[in-house]
Write a protein that binds this ligand. Sequence first.
Ligand code: PMP
Length: 365
Amino acid sequence: MPQGISDRFRAVMRPSAAALEPYDPAFSQVRVNLSANENTYGMPAEVRAKVDEALRGVATNRYPQPLSPDLRAELAAWHGVDPSQVIVGNGGDELIFNLLLAFGGSGHILVNCTPTFSVYRLYAELVETEVVDVDRDPVTYEADADALVRAAADASLVIVTSPNNPTGNLFSVEDTARLCEACPGVVLLDEAYMEFAPEGSSAEPLLAKYDNLVILHTLSKAYCLAGARIGYLLGCPDVMAAMAAVRQPYSVNVFSQAAALVAVRERKTFDPTIEKIVAERSRLSQGLQELSGRGVTVWPSAANFLLVRVPDAHRVRERLRDEYSILVRDFSSAPGLTDCLRVTVGKLEENDAFLDALSCLLEEV
Ligand code: PMP
């Protein structure tokens, strides 16, 4: 746990920041880490060799190119857009923060579709943005599109995650279009996990129609670069210019730009691993459904993780960590997610280790 903030310095902090505590990702050294939705297979060896080669040629004495032009051009070609419609960030997190810096602030409203990724609210509050939560269905976690459309009419920014973290639900392309029409501000579709979803799920085709639609992608998940911190947005040149205006010029370092360029050029090489993760997701889900007699509920997911409800989830998560050295994410005290854990889909042996351990623990309860 990081050290807390002393009262002495809290007293002189910006009030919205003084209300916070240092972020604790709750990581610990474990045998099987299924807690952060990473790609646990790691980078294919032939891509890694090319990344290593590229890194060897990187000069460190010069500042990075602020807008990552080579990577930006490669991403634009991939997505069939102009480079002016792409902006690269130090992970998706930085881009979310910058969106709130640009479109949030006092007098501005963020519409948030809860339960969802917690950083949207966190960053919104940090820059004094009013947050309007539109709750998902308490049983299925499907978004309430009508309520979102109504709330969007007053929003500077609407964020919907598809597939949603931590519930796994997709948001339909049709409802995204309705949101773009209803919202005078920017609509962010966070597609960080879209590579694991069925073909045709992405709202990307709408970019040509709506200038207020922005789509977030990251190389942290499917493309094995969580450690390098590379995310990017697709949107209209105007909104990308607003993002370029608020960003820290050198936030994306030379090593990460070089590694990402290789990963994007070699992206097809990742497809077999993505397919394996999708297949493992079904197998893991099936294994969890077989534990339904012991109080386990698992939701459908289009991402590389599953949301699972288990009796006494907080304790189960601690025992998985302490007795089996398996780490999953605890959402059991998050609003709307009572007794829920989120488990990343890992390799076959990792998923089996988790299923076996969970089965043993639930037998004892
Ligand atoms: N969006 C969602 C929904 C996420 O879950 C994450 C990572 N946890 C991100 C964005 C940001 O990912 P990164 O900063 O690693 O690109």
